[in-house]
Design a protein around this ligand. Structure first.
Ligand SMILES: *Cc1c(COP(=O)(O)O)cnc(C)c1O
Length: 230
């Protein structure tokens, strides 16, 4: 069931509180952490409600859904989308139409396709390189070994600006099990892209992610409730 605007506003405030507490524990400035409210599968009204509560940054996983929502919500000021789903090269042209940050660049070929589309559209696109830190066969993201090559491919594209690294670690019941994966991504960032961002942490493990240096956390369920079937 869709949550009310009041419930969504209260959830956002609670998540912000969690981020602030974790940042304080780690001696970090909360202003360095962006909360992406993951609205995938929820209707445009969920975004409207969160926007009414002052939130502006939303995460979407499916290209068509992203484009449809951006069209339906054209009257809202300051909306920014983060695309966090698997992106096929042939969909790159649709993504560059929307004011979106693409967090899931995981191959040199995808970097070239996105960069070419962004340049043709006359703007630059902020992107993250997605790394499969857990080495799971079925999961998107480049391997740790390939990350340097994908980062170089992004840097070689005039139409792209590298903002950092992103990961979705293997699911585990205990958030503490995520810590080594988050630390691994941070070490990789320090090695290959010092000073740039780290997108990691979801509803269940955002505090651990912030303690390990996340600059972007992607939170769906804790804000919008459980997702309806797609
Ligand atoms: C769905 C999704 C999220 C949000 O997950 P929750 O557990 O609902 O917070 C974050 N990141 C990615 C890549 C997702 O696909």
């Amino acid at each position: 069931m869709a949550l009310s605007q009041e419930a969504i506003a209260a959830n956002i405030a609670a998540v912000r509180g969690q981020i602030a507490e974790a940042a304080a524990r780690a001696g970090r400035d909360v202003a360095d952490i962006t909360l992406v409210a993951v609205s995938k599968v929820h209707g445009p009204d969920a975004i409207r409600a969160a926007h009414g509560a002052g939130h502006r940054v939303f995460g979407e996983n499916y290209v068509q859904e992203l484009v449809d929502k951006a069209d339906a919500l054209g009257d809202l000021d300051g909306l920014v989308f983060h695309f966090i789903g698997h992106l096929q090269r042939n969909k790159a042209k649709h993504v560059v139409r929307v004011p979106a940050v693409v967090e899931t660049v995981d191959s040199s070929r995808l970097a070239a396709a996105l960069g070419g589309r962004a340049t043709a559209a006359g703007h630059t696109l902020d992107v993250y390189v997605q790394v499969n830190v857990g080495g799971e066969a079925q999961k998107s993201g480049c391997s740790i070994a390939r990350a340097g090559e994908v980062i170089e491919a992004v840097r070689g594209q005039e139409g792209l600006t590298l903002r950092g690294l992103m990961t979705v670690p293997p699911a585990a019941p205990d958030p503490a099990a995520m810590r080594p994966h988050f630390a691994r991504l941070r070490a990789l960032r320090d090695e290959l892209a010092p000073g740039l961002g780290l997108s990691m942490g979801m509803s269940r493990d955002l505090e651990v992610a912030v303690e390990e240096g996340a600059t972007v956390v992607r939170v769906g369920t804790a804000i919008f409730g459980s997702r309806p079937p797609r």
